[in-house]
Write a protein that binds this ligand. Structure first.
Ligand code: 5GP
Ligand code: MG
Ligand code: MG
Length: 184
């Protein structure tokens, strides 16, 4: 599949590369300020958070550690199953650490609320969440998200780490998919 095939699959660009990167500058500055003089462990949620983790982490002046978890709440489709499984756990001991979960998107909020309480049970000093994107549905779940890149409408999006059937993660922007992609 080359770039022109990809373009045919997209219906519109929701957030440009420049919009994403400008917002990350602001979030990184805020995180630097909030954790000044404190230990910080970034926990990226695979695979979607790879882009935001890489771009956010390199903007921090803080000396951070990075660890990764893989959880699954979606299949290859577009609907939340509500079931969270740990596919890969952290290598780090969280005892006494300041943990910042880094996510690509919060939709129903089910994954994050589950993940936050799971990590909280491991004896950290604090657990906060940073997400690049958040959908309105997320507000229905009682999960406190300290850093949000953009609030977006309830629409299935791809790019900047987000996939549809494992494709489109490498797009540097966030886009909506053309209807023919869903229909097959
Ligand atoms: P939640 O549990 O908050 O409903 O969704 C968590 C996960 O669902 C996200 O980490 C992401 O992997 C996936 N997801 C939710 N909304 C979207 C979307 O619009 N596009 C894509 N590609 N994945 C999504
Ligand atoms: Mg995710
Ligand atoms: Mg996915």
């Amino acid at each position: 599949m080359d770039r022109s095939d990809v373009a045919a699959d997209l219906s519109s660009v929701l957030l440009s590369e420049e919009q994403l990167q400008t917002r990350l500058d602001e979030l990184a500055a805020q995180i630097d300020e909030d954790y000044r003089g404190q230990d910080l462990l970034l926990v990226g949620v695979l695979k979607g958070a790879v882009m935001v983790m890489a771009d956010l982490a390199r903007r921090l002046h803080h000396s951070v550690e990075m660890d990764w978890m893989a959880v699954s709440s979606y299949g290859s489709g577009t609907k939340s199953s509500g079931v969270v499984r740990i596919l890969k756990d952290l290598d780090s001991d969280l005892t006494g650490r300041n943990v910042l979960i880094v996510e690509d998107i919060i939709d129903s909020g089910l994954t994050l609320s589950w993940l936050k309480s799971n990590l909280r049970s491991r004896g950290p000093k604090s657990v906060e969440i940073a997400t690049m994107l958040r959908k309105p549905e997320a507000a229905k779940v009682d999960v406190d998200v300290r850093y949000v890149g953009f609030d977006i409408a309830t629409e299935f999006v791809v790019g900047y780490g987000l996939d549809y059937a494992e494709k489109y993660r490498n797009l540097p922007f966030v886009a909506t998919l053309a209807p023919h992609v869903y229909g097959g």
